[in-house]
Design a protein around this ligand. Structure first.
Ligand code: FAD
Ligand code: NAI
Length: 476
């Protein structure tokens, strides 16, 4: 069988890979993208974890469950009453699947539009060849491709608890958590990270009694402490039972569910019996089956591909981006790295600023931040000023009926440069974009304070937080 020649071959069609392939094609390279994800019918489903069992489906279910929660608890405030409120879980999950399919189809369309050749199957290195690499594709497409430049974007998979493999029926990864067929009476979650909080919120809003068991003694350790404290208070009020500092000693499947044995923060032995258990304790890079060892591609002790700051691996012409390398496991980080690598291959100066990658947790209230937390600044011994403004004092938030939370801004004590912005509250996911732009342009908090923000809008809270840095809020 003769090999198909390409300038660039991308292995993996998640946000890192498909975006890298599109950018490479835009730059004039003859580009192929290999992805093995299958839809229920066995057909191609590009988009990776993000599109199939991550960002997109989780946000679809968060939206549906939030509508339900509003109808159950907040419509009354607006004078709207419903005779009988019901949730059709099958329909909700079906809508989520349709949203996923729109995104899969969208990516296939984008490949066509940009003349990226798509191969459905598993890609693996065969050998170095002709100053490049030979890549075998096994699956629906059975081909051998050759390219001088290879971008590995194979992503990550959920990490299981030792001794408790995922069966996706009772012990669920993010995959099973997104297709529970009916609302569980009791849902257990291990890990109060991003997935635990988002998926716990979905099923709690629909009526499940949710218990989250977290190993760390502090809640949301990566977030600013003020935000984490507020979030813990709000989630508790909502009914999420979050237990910190636990040590899991065993997970057992029973006739009708799962039991989790654990020691609580005081060391007392406890048992949690639940109908279903979501295990969300982080993710592992996907490198098995790539034949990395066969070509000498260097992996670290976690199995992640070792790269430099510019995503170069130890092999000339081989790059790696996204969840399969170091750094935050976020879709937008993967995309930025994919674009930057394609541009570097073209001899341009691709660039990713790791200091301004935003984080968003799509709970209600939403949590979003960029830059340094107050505790980081303290640890670094950096002199800073802080300003905070509550949504309670924002007219739009009052009109929305959602006044939980605040915007907190941290700026350098001397230069006033914005060092971090932390938001907990309505549409924090959208509001954080202004902060990212401001930090990219090295704005000061005074710059933001002097900019006209629409009234009434939630964005006024971000301006007021900038005024708060200088202790001169106007509406609080
Ligand atoms: P992936 O998306 O994992 O894609 C890798 C692709 O490569 C997959 O399609 C895989 O099948 C394929 N592949 C692997 N090996 C091979 C091979 N040998 N040959 C061919 N194909 C292969 N991030 C956010 O930024 N925002 C969010 O809201 C968010 N929500 C999330 C919710 C959940 C439940 C989860 C699990 C994750 C979420 N993430 C979110 C994280 C985000 O999904 C990942 O950071 C992102 O998908 C990483 O992109 P990637 O391209 O590196 O890898
Ligand atoms: P995570 O890293 O966010 O959280 C895992 C949690 O599990 C941590 O708090 C950790 O202390 C805890 N933990 C680990 N081992 C444990 C054990 N044995 N017992 C109890 N607790 C334990 O990982 P998660 O939630 O699995 O998500 C994976 C990644 O996916 C995230 O880090 C994030 O990068 C990405 N993601 C992003 C989202 C977003 O951007 N909105 C949404 C969902 C996921």
């Amino acid at each position: 069988m003769s090999s198909k020649q390409f300038d660039v071959v991308v292995i993996g069609g998640g946000p890192g890979g498909y975006i890298a392939a599109i950018r490479a094609a835009q730059l004039g390279f003859n580009t192929a993208c290999i992805d093995e994800w299958k839809n229920a019918a066995g057909g191609p489903a590009p988009g990776g974890t993000c599109t199939n069992v991550g960002c997109i489906p989780s946000k679809a279910l968060l939206q549906s469950s939030e509508h339900f929660d509003h109808a159950a608890h907040h419509f009354g405030d607006h004078g709207i009453s419903l005779a009988e409120l019901k949730i059709d879980v099958a329909k909700m999950v079906g809508r989520k699947d349709a949203v996923v399919k729109q995104n899969n189809d969208g990516i296939l369309y984008l490949f066509k539009k940009n003349k990226v050749s798509f191969f459905h199957g598993r890609g693996s290195f065969v050998a170095a060849k002709d100053g490049g690499y030979e890549i075998a594709v096994a699956g629906a497409a059975n081909e051998t491709l050759v390219a001088k430049q290879v971008i590995v974007a194979t992503g990550s998979s959920a990490r299981a608890l030792p001794g408790a493999p995922f069966d996706e029926e009772h012990i669920l990864s993010n995959d099973g958590a997104l297709r529970i067929p009916s609302v569980p009476k009791k849902l257990g979650v291990i890990g109060s990270g991003v997935i635990g909080l988002e998926m716990g919120s979905v099923w709690r809003r629909l009526g499940a009694q949710v218990t989250i068991l977290e190993a760390m003694p502090a809640f949301l350790g990566a977030a600013d402490e003020a935000v984490a404290k507020e979030a813990a208070k709000v989630f508790k009020k909502q009914g999420l039972d979050i237990q910190l500092g636990v040590k899991i000693s065993g997970v057992e499947k029973t006739a009708d569910g799962v039991t989790v044995k654990y020691a609580d923060a005081k060391g007392a032995e406890q048992v949690l019996a639940c109908d279903r258990l979501i295990v969300s304790i982080g993710r592992v890079p996907n490198t098995t089956g790539l034949n990395a060892e066969g070509v000498g591609l260097k992996l670290d002790e976690r199995g992640a591909i070792v790269v430099d700051a510019e995503c170069r691996t130890n092999l000339p012409g081989v790059w790696a981006v996204g969840d399969v390398v170091r750094g935050p496991m976020l879709a937008h980080k993967a995309e930025e790295e994919g674009v930057a690598v394609a541009e570097r291959i073209a001899g341009q100066h691709g660039h990713v600023n790791f200091d301004t990658i935003p984080w968003v947790i799509y709970t209600s209230p939403e949590i979003a931040w960029v830059g340094k937390t107050e505790q980081q600044l303290k640890a670094e011994g950096r002199a800073y000023k802080a300003g905070q403004f509550p949504f309670l004092a924002n007219g739009r938030a009052r009109a929305l009926g959602d006044t939980t939370g605040f915007v907190k801004r941290l700026a350098d004590a001397k230069t006033d440069e914005i060092l971090g912005v932390h938001i907990i509250g309505p549409f924090a996911s959208e509001l954080i974009a202004e902060a990212v732009v401001a930090m990219e342009f090295k704005a000061s908090s005074e710059d933001i304070a002097r900019i006209c923000h629409a009234h009434p809008s939630l964005s006024e809270a971000t301006k007021e937080a900038a005024l708060a840095v200088d202790k001169r809020t106007l509406n609080f």
